[in-house]
Write a protein that binds this ligand. Structure first.
Ligand SMILES: *[C@@H]1O[C@H](CO)[C@@H](O)[C@H](O)[C@H]1NC(C)=O
Ligand SMILES: *[C@@H]1O[C@H](CO)[C@@H](O)[C@H](O)[C@H]1NC(C)=O
Ligand SMILES: *[C@@H]1O[C@H](CO)[C@@H](O)[C@H](O)[C@H]1NC(C)=O
Ligand SMILES: *[C@@H]1O[C@H](CO)[C@@H](O)[C@H](O)[C@H]1NC(C)=O
Ligand SMILES: *[C@@H]1O[C@H](CO)[C@@H](O)[C@H](O)[C@H]1NC(C)=O
Ligand SMILES: *[C@@H]1O[C@H](CO)[C@@H](O)[C@H](O)[C@H]1NC(C)=O
Length: 460
């Protein structure tokens, strides 16, 4: 064989192996081991990634639909709440399929943290119980609409819930659909479409995304819904719906907004970071706390809001890791897994910088945290598991205490339950609250704080 043709064979082999790279993937990109090593991701890191990747892929789907998420040409001349694209979702859906009548994916216009226009996306799911024999367009003004705000899934644009056809957190959506609610679930701007970065935990931006997803849903299906609507969110979404409840637009009675369910909410980023820094990271078992990994994502959230942010209290190893996961566009499971597995001196920088004296963190918190003394429009049910290691119970309780001066909030605490288990365990109570808020004569609701025993709750 000629030397030349030997080269040609090698060249072809390289070409075909690069052609085998899945072009449709834009998140959790897999680098060759030697390449990953250049960024400090050696064999332990690589094996952690190979465990995390399938979980992230399950959350965001294996296929990214670049055509759907591309910014619509109509965006430039749109106003907030305009529908830019819509399509019926046919594929997948898993268990949701049996309880939803139809699912739509849509792109719409929202407002970014600085009030500039941004494209966002989401899905709308109709319950099967909604008079299945009557076309949607003829179900006049009957269906109650619920806005769902999801928890942490990642920060890069490929980490979009609507990209997975079975939808992220479907176990939270199931009870809503089963009760007959139509659910509109935003991705939040920057997840899916890449016109702007996802401003993770910039709650004023997320609140806009939720509000305008509802406006867009009403424009897509003009006569289907009744006037009332509510929101429910978990974790990142729990903070987002709390911020939404304080939004001037939902204070207007004409908005039809009747209440909020906030489950294990991230509310005050400064408090979350400080409490983690002072109380969790010094523990010998800091790796058992989800918040250890989440603090890496909190840093990327600050950076998304303030691109010049230098992460002063993050050690070099953590910063290098975030540089690497930015190149691989990793979603939340990969990032939190890698961060959790760092040694403590690889997480916290030596020296005087801490979250307590981080002025940008404080400024960001003031711009975006809920529960800073603004009145909320309607009653809120607040739910917290006391074994939650992602959103620490003491932070939720501080937010509750500072907000109750002006707001009507029912806090339900569940002993023995963590960040995820609390959602299903408390479902009978939040569904009852929603039913009551949607009724024409909702019962009086007063600020209260009740603790439930997980065992007796599950037994119900
Ligand atoms: C943004 O997404 C489009 C597809 O919708 C893609 O062509 C483009 O490369 C992406 N831009 C960046 C900076 O990743
Ligand atoms: C608002 O933020 C976006 C990035 O999300 C940026 O492109 C734009 O220039 C900002 N606008 C103003 C007025 O600061
Ligand atoms: C990720 O990379 C982009 C492009 O270089 C940069 O703008 C952004 O700040 C980076 N994000 C983080 C968290 O490092
Ligand atoms: C956040 O929490 C800290 C600690 O409880 C508190 O001092 C601060 O005022 C809170 N910030 C905002 C903006 O609510
Ligand atoms: C629930 O019951 C189990 C078994 O009886 C017990 O071990 C556990 O401590 C209980 N949990 C709580 C939160 O009371
Ligand atoms: C939360 O609790 C459930 C039920 O006990 C358990 O299966 C799950 O692994 C826990 N999750 C975390 C993150 O600890």
């Amino acid at each position: 064989m000629h030397l030349y043709s030997a080269f040609a064979i090698i060249f072809l082999a390289v070409q075909s192996s690069s052609a085998a790279v899945d072009e449709s993937r834009v998140s959790n990109l897999q680098l060759e081991p030697e390449q990953a090593r250049i960024y400090g991701c050696r064999s332990h890191c690589q094996s952690l990634l190979s465990e995390a990747d399938p979980v992230d892929r399950e959350n965001v789907g294996a296929y990214y639909d670049a055509k759907f998420y591309a910014t619509s040409p109509d965006f430039a001349s749109s106003t907030p709440g305009d529908v830019l694209k819509k399509e019926l979702v046919h594929r997948g859906l898993g268990r949701l399929h049996s309880i939803s009548r139809s699912v739509w994916r849509f792109q719409y216009t929202s407002l970014d943290a600085n009030d500039s226009l941004v494209p966002s996306s989401g899905i709308i799911m109709f319950p099967r119980t909604s008079m299945p024999d009557i076309p949607l367009g003829d179900q006049r003004n009957v269906l109650p609409l619920v806005a769902y705000a999801h928890g942490t899934i990642g920060q890069h644009y490929g980490c979009a819930p609507s990209s997975a056809m079975h939808f992220f957190e479907q176990e939270n959506l199931e009870p809503l659909l089963a009760e007959g609610y139509t659910v509109v679930a935003t991705d939040y701007a920057g997840l899916g479409n890449n016109y702007t970065s996802h401003k993770y935990l910039s709650f004023a931006a997320h609140a806009n995304d939720i509000y305008y997803s509802v406006v867009a849903a009403r424009k897509m299906f003009p006569i289907v819904f009744n006037d009332k609507w509510m929101s429910i969110g978990h974790s990142q979404g729990g903070g987002a719906v709390w911020k939404l409840a304080e939004h001037p637009l939902v204070q207007d009675p004409r908005s039809g907004y009747v209440g909020t369910v906030s489950i294990a909410p991230a509310v005050n980023m400064s408090d979350l970071a400080t409490t983690t820094y002072e109380k969790i990271l010094p523990l010998p078992n800091y790796q058992d706390y989800s918040v250890t990994g989440l603090s890496a994502l909190l840093l990327t959230g600050i950076k998304a809001a303030y691109p010049e942010y230098q992460m002063p209290w993050a050690a070099d190893a953590l910063q290098n890791m975030l540089h690497f996961t930015n190149i691989t566009q990793s979603c939340a499971v990969a990032i939190t897994t890698l961060a959790t597995n760092l040694r403590i001196e690889q997480i916290i920088a030596p020296g005087a910088a801490t979250p307590m004296n981080d002025d940008i963190l404080k400024q960001w918190t003031q711009q975006h945290a809920a529960a800073q003394g603004d009145p909320a429009s309607m009653p809120m049910l607040l739910i917290q598991g006391l074994e939650d290691t992602a959103v620490l119970p003491e932070c939720t309780i501080r937010a509750y205490e500072s907000a109750t001066r002006l707001n009507t909030i029912g806090l339900l605490e569940y002993s023995g339950l963590n960040h995820t288990a609390v959602i299903a365990a408390s479902a009978p109570r939040w569904l009852q609250f929603m039913k009551d808020r949607f009724s024409d004569h909702p019962t009086d609701f007063e600020t209260s704080r009740v603790t439930f025993d997980a065992n007796s709750t599950i037994a119900r």
